[in-house]
Ligand binder design. Structure first.
Ligand SMILES: [Zn+2]
Length: 430
């Protein structure tokens, strides 16, 4: 592998520096590095260098729904979005609930070669919520699964959740919970329960369906001395419980999606299923609480919940359409525009929430580290001044359920580097 020299990049938004990458590893950081004249060079003058982004929550749809996304197309979208690692959710068909299924996801990710694809294992067989899946076998497999989730569904049975937490404790695993009491939410819920849902005549999820499960799981994590992760927290009430659990010293972490940081339930007034997502878009007070909690570290990480859907699953009457929206390619721009330009955090904090913290939660040692000699060269160059209008047609994803289409955002991914190799760039390499 040839050397790669990045010149004049501002590390985490600070001082401009050169970074020399050799054999997939950062070899040197400094000004005016002495390298052979023919070294491949990326002129990063005016750009910012961050550790490659890590997504704790990606739906890649393969196996089973390759019409909506494949591991290869999802990996291409991830690389374009500045990611060097993604965790692939288990709700595929078949479900990732065995060692073989997990290894297959890992291998398909390696074949694509654009981003590290780390499988998430199901908590229960077939996501049925009853019998524990092969957690230990998945962990001991080549895929070394550490994160388990029935995402799409809540592990609603407290006894099953307790046993899962006890089981993963043995090898330092974590259960990522889709916190939503199915009885409180009701089977046909499709938006936030409140004044607007009443006006639109749509059945809703109350915030307490989320916060009550977070509270229960926090208590179970304490009882079992194990680790729980709250997927896509979406309400101020949920944030309050996360804050309480952390104050008690409970090993609980939480993520928020870019869409819950920027979009509100008001978008539902036109019944456009593009904005139908689970958990649902909430009122602006919730959005404000989520922003503050991400800034102060109550919420540890941003995760996309990238959820591609084929046209024929999404283009229905609102109540019948599939849940979910695309997110990999726009995550950096949305978080940068909302949180950094919005004055809530600096670029170093964004790097923590989008790379370092998610890598730590998932136990990915090669990602999210400091940009220094000896570290794996998993990096992203971003342009914090670039203003772009999102074009759904330009996406690498196979799906087009893009809630950001037509929106103008400041902050763009310039070049993504996985172990020293350019996997995506504005110049169109890779
Ligand atoms: Zn979910």
């Amino acid at each position: 592998m040839s050397d790669l020299l990045i010149t004049g990049a501002r590390l985490l938004g600070g001082e401009a520096n050169d970074v020399l990458v050799r054999e997939g590893t950062i070899a040197e950081v400094g000004r005016g590095l002495d390298v052979p004249a023919d070294t491949e060079t990326v002129d990063a003058d005016g750009l910012t260098l961050l550790p490659g982004l890590v997504d704790l929550h990606t739906h890649l749809r393969e196996p089973g729904r390759e019409d909506a996304e494949t591991i290869a197309s999802g990996a291409a979208a991830a690389a374009a979005g500045g990611f060097t690692a993604v965790l692939a959710m288990a709700n595929t068909n078949p479900v990732t609930d065995t060692a073989e299924a997990a290894e297959r996801v890992l291998d398909l990710g390696r074949d694509a070669g654009l981003v590290d694809v780390q499988p998430i294992g199901a908590v229960t067989k077939g996501l049925e919520g009853e019998e524990l899946a092969e957690l230990g076998l998945m962990h001991r497999s080549r895929a070394a699964v550490r994160v388990f989730s029935d995402d799409g569904r809540c592990v609603a049975d407290a006894r099953v959740m307790r046993r899962a937490l006890e089981y993963v404790r043995a090898f330092g695993g974590v259960v990522s919970q889709h916190s939503q009491d199915p009885d409180l939410a009701g089977p046909s819920a499709c938006c936030h329960e409140g004044e607007l849902s009443g006006r639109l005549g749509l059945p809703g999820w109350p915030a307490v369906a989320e916060s009550s499960i977070i509270a229960r799981d926090a208590q179970l994590a304490r009882h079992t001395s194990s680790r729980v992760h709250v997927a896509h927290v979406s309400t101020a009430e949920g944030v309050e419980v996360v804050r309480w659990a952390k104050a008690q010293g409970i090993a609980l972490t939480a993520e928020v999606t870019p869409h819950h940081l920027l979009l509100t339930q008001d978008l539902l007034s036109g019944y456009d299923p593009t904005f139908k997502v689970n958990p649902p878009l909430r009122p602006s007070e919730d959005v404000e609480a989520l922003r503050a909690a991400l800034a102060d570290g109550t919420i540890d990480a941003v995760a996309t919940d990238h959820a591609p859907h084929a046209r024929h699953d999404k283009e229905h009457a609102f109540v019948d359409a599939a849940f979910g929206m695309l997110g990999l390619e726009t995550a950096f721009a949305v978080v940068h525009d909302t949180m950094v330009r919005g004055g809530f955090m600096d670029l170093a904090t964004l790097a923590d929430r989008m790379s370092t913290a998610p890598a730590r939660i998932a136990g990915l040692r090669d990602h999210g580290g400091a940009i220094e000699a000896g570290a794996p060269a998993n990096l992203v160059l971003v342009d914090t001044e670039a203003n772009r209008t999102v074009d759904a047609a330009a996406s690498r994803s196979l799906s087009r359920n893009n809630p950001w289409h037509g929106r103008s955002l400041t902050g763009a991914v310039h070049t993504t580097i996985l172990r020293g190799r350019v996997t995506a760039s504005l110049q169109g390499t890779a």
